[in-house]
Write a protein of this length. Structure first.
Length: 304
């Protein structure tokens, strides 16, 4: 899916790569305060309390936040400007392609097919390079950065932190087929509904003459009902995998607490290490959930 995005980027590919690098740097600086937090917690449990060290650590956190803001501003500027340039190029190419299509192709297509592609599909695809892709890059970078640091602190608790990840990955992979099937069904229902609406509007005068307007035009009502059911299916059939994904992450937190308390009472880790993992585990799971949502949306829209 990401490879398709870079292929479609065309002349804006280098700018997309530059924006990706800046997003990675911004996310690394956003993750840096959690590393300094470890040393702050450690210093608070160390006698005597070293106040100058604490001030230096707080200054380092402030510097990281400022640098994150600078890199994120530059990343968003490059990403948004060049993404909309690429989207404009896609629209022009699409229009030129439609102009060159033979009449036989248009006759074999439903009335709402091209209308759906030009208006709705392109509008939804616009969000991929501007919103979805940066979230995926940031989520993966932050996950790798924080988990790598936690392995440096204590690998036992790190394994407990990611204990539910294999189940979450399996859920994501299994849900891709469901997402693809539901997206295709929604697409067909959308095209049919658009076609019936256009037919209804264009033939409204004739329909009124034969008293077939409104609910009496059965094709329109049926097409709209099918489109409604396709959208509802997209929601409730993807709800269960999403709930299971969250449960897998909650399972990781439960395992972390069990292993952490066991190692703490056994004297294998100090209390500040356990506190660090308890705090950062919650920070890890938030971007993972965002990553899940972004990947599902990316998979759905790239099917367009």
């Amino acid at each position: 899916m990401i490879g398709d995005l870079f292929t479609l980027a065309g002349e804006q590919k280098n700018s997309l790569i530059a924006g990706t690098i800046l997003h990675v740097l911004a996310t690394l600086f956003a993750s840096a305060p959690y590393i300094f937090l470890y040393f702050i917690i450690k210093a608070l449990f160390t006698e005597p309390l070293d106040l100058p060290q604490l001030w230096w650590l707080l200054a380092a956190i402030a510097t990281s936040i400022v640098l994150q803001g600078i890199f994120l501003h530059q990343a968003n500027q490059i990403t948004y400007i060049n993404s909309f340039r690429a989207i404009g190029s896609w629209r022009l190419k699409l229009g030129d392609r439609i102009r060159k299509l033979p009449m036989g192709f248009l006759i074999n297509k439903q009335t709402g097919d091209l209308n759906s592609i030009i208006s709705q599909d392109m509008r939804q695809i616009e969000a991929v390079p501007t919103l979805i892709y940066p979230k995926i890059v940031s989520g993966l970078t932050q996950l790798v950065a924080i988990v790598s640091f936690l392995f440096f602190v204590d690998w036992h608790l790190s394994l407990a932190t990611i204990a539910g990840f294999p189940f979450a990955i399996l859920l994501f992979l299994s849900s891709r087929k469901t997402t693809k099937r539901l997206t295709q069904n929604q697409k067909k229902a959308q095209i049919s509904a658009n076609s019936r609406i256009i037919e209804y509007i264009q033939g409204l005068a004739v329909l009124k003459a034969f008293s077939q307007a409104g609910k009496r035009f059965g094709k329109l009502e049926q097409a709209l009902e099918e489109y409604k059911q396709a959208n509802l299916a997209m929601v409730y059939k993807l709800a269960l995998p999403s709930i299971a994904f969250g449960a897998a992450l909650d399972f990781s937190l439960f395992i972390l607490l069990v292993v952490g308390l066991d190692r703490f009472f056994a004297g294998n880790i100090p209390v500040f290490v356990f506190l660090l993992f308890a705090i950062l585990s919650l920070r890890i799971y938030a971007p993972i959930i965002d990553l899940w949502i972004s990947m599902v949306r990316l998979g759905k829209w790239m099917q367009r």
